[in-house]
Design a protein around this ligand. Structure first.
Ligand code: ADP
Ligand code: ASP
Ligand code: MG
Length: 488
């Protein structure tokens, strides 16, 4: 493709109402003056949650949930369209298309209510409807402001495996389809507007990439198109030293490495879907995190090598979205190959393991999984160990959901002595008990488990101990910044 390509993704709040959609379209239109632009959009904020809740209620027998969904989504999207597209043929066509998509989602909900069940496959179809709506609206707005915006459903571009709710892309097929579908429009100077979050299997069955997956969609497309850069437009100034909702004096980091950002995302920093950086690392495509509400700001650049900050720990992150599973008790002692069997069981249900710790006597292995994986992991473990432990009365598999993982991350931590000591004493001074601790051999992070109620205190205290609130940010203005859309 002749011009360099920039893939830009707008998250839920960045397309949250008519004004935000207009602002996103302006950012894309400005950028397209200098290069080819591919836009990726999330659903309007709150819409995916609404869809998933309606699907769940329907499956539980609430036949009215589909109706409620229809009226809520129609009102929200009709209001946006009325504010963005002048009355007339173009508005009528867009409204009809949007209403048909909403009716389709509601029909699926009714189907769930009739069957009394919600399969992962049906959930993906329903949950992914929101992105189809915003892609069409944003493309129409681009056309209103003089660009050739065309909406694409990523079900026609991104090919994945069949793991509903957390599908992984098949790179070669995705590359082929994406280039064939978007290439001609990009060559002609048009702006494809692609749905985030959704994809489809080789057979064309719709899948989703997991909650928050639109970030991942952007980098999958960026890699497929050999993009020059990927920009994730969101509602904060970049990657911060901690979640600003938890630590108000958190500071924006100018640069972080792929590994650092990957660790932060893995340990719960919502600003990036954990898989986001996978597709771009090999090709070295830079990813920027920028604030769509303040587009004049530079944001955070994520590349292979990031300039270090003066601090060994760069950021602190945490998540409550986990559970501690312990396999322990007298029945476990002497079970042959216990570790291999435990992890074969977790692998069989594709559980995402966040931390592992084993006591030396081999009679207790505990690990942390993501909340969503807990029930099926517990069942797989009980099934796998049933024969060995059925003569023992003591419980051998226990689950504790009242926990949180906290992680301190930074490449400079590697080889710096005393960091674990500072982490321990900080938590000790706060009276916070560490339930388990792990440090990978890369030494890019120390992660530990605390009671959920202590999470916020732990993050705040570590942020203070490592002086993270004091990092100076450059806050330069990018040469191609769009000050026109500044809406502070
Ligand atoms: P979007 O809808 O644009 O995808 P998300 O809500 O998924 O946005 O992610 C952005 C949010 O991530 C921020 O509002 C912030 O509260 C949260 N967040 C958590 N940790 C961090 C961090 N270290 N840096 C920046 N934001 C963070
Ligand atoms: N809309 C989807 C979600 O809320 C995907 C995304 O926003 O990234 O999870
Ligand atoms: Mg997100």
């Amino acid at each position: 493709m002749s011009r360099p390509i920039q893939v830009m993704k707008f998250g839920g709040t960045s397309v949250g109402d008519a004004a935000r959609i207009r602002s996103a379209a302006t950012i894309a239109a400005e950028a397209s003056k200098q290069r080819s632009v591919v836009v990726v959009v999330s659903a309007m904020s709150g819409v995916t949650n609404t869809l998933i809740a309606a699907a769940g209620k329907s499956a539980a027998g609430d036949e009215a949930a589909g109706e409620a969904l229809t009226s809520l989504l129609k009102t929200k999207h009709q209001e946006a369209i009325a504010a963005l597209i002048p009355e007339g043929e173009r508005q009528r066509e867009l409204l009809a298309e949007i209403e048909a998509l909403i009716d389709r989602a509601a029909n699926y909900c009714r189907g769930c209510a009739l069957l009394g069940e919600l399969s992962p496959r049906a959930l993906d179809v329903i949950a992914g409807s929101g992105e189809r709506l915003t892609a069409r609206i944003a493309a129409a707005v681009l056309r209103e402001i003089g660009c050739r915006g065309v909406a694409f459903d990523a079900t026609d571009l991104i090919v994945t495996d069949e793991v509903h709710g957390g599908a992984r892309p098949l790179a070669a097929l995705t590359r082929e389809k994406t280039r064939a579908a978007l290439g001609p429009l990009l060559e002609a100077g048009g702006i494809p507007v692609v749905t985030g979050y959704i994809a489809a299997t080789v057979k064309g069955v719709p899948t989703t990439l997991g909650r928050g997956g639109s970030d991942f969609s952007a980098t999958i497309l960026g890699a497929a198109l050999d993009a020059q850069e990927v920009i994730i437009w969101t509602d904060v100034n970049g990657v911060l030293t901690a979640d600003p909702r938890m630590v108000p004096d958190a500071v924006t980091l100018d640069e972080v490495s792929y590994s650092e950002a990957g660790e932060l995302a893995f340990f719960g920093a919502k600003v990036l879907h954990p898989m986001t950086l996978r597709p771009v690392i090999e090709r070295g495509i830079p990813v920027w995190i920028r604030n769509s509400f303040e587009p004049h700001r530079v944001g955070t650049k994520i590349t292979q090598t990031a300039r270090p900050t003066p601090h060994c720990v760069k950021a602190v992150t945490a998540t409550r979205d986990v559970a501690l599973i312990a396999v322990a008790g007298p029945g476990i002692i002497g079970v042959p190959d216990i570790a291999a069997r435990i992890f074969a069981a977790t692998a069989s249900v594709r559980a995402n393991i966040v931390m592992i710790s084993q006591s030396s006597s081999q009679d207790s292995i505990c690990f942390v999984v993501q909340s969503a994986d807990t029930i099926r992991t517990e069942k797989a473990l009980r099934d796998a160990l049933h024969e060995d432990v059925r003569h023992h009365e003591l419980e051998h598999v226990t689950v504790n959901r009242n926990v949180a993982v906290v992680a301190a991350v930074g490449e400079n931590m590697a080889g710096t002595p005393g960091i674990a000591g500072r982490v321990f004493s900080t938590l000790g001074n706060e009276g916070i008990n560490m339930i388990a601790i792990a440090q990978g051999s890369s030494e890019y992070n120390i992660s530990f488990l605390v009671e959920a109620s202590a999470m916020e205190r732990a993050v705040k205290a570590l942020h203070r101990t490592f002086g993270l609130g004091q990092v100076e940010s450059r806050e330069e203005v990018r040469a191609d910044a769009q000050v026109t859309t500044k809406t502070v």
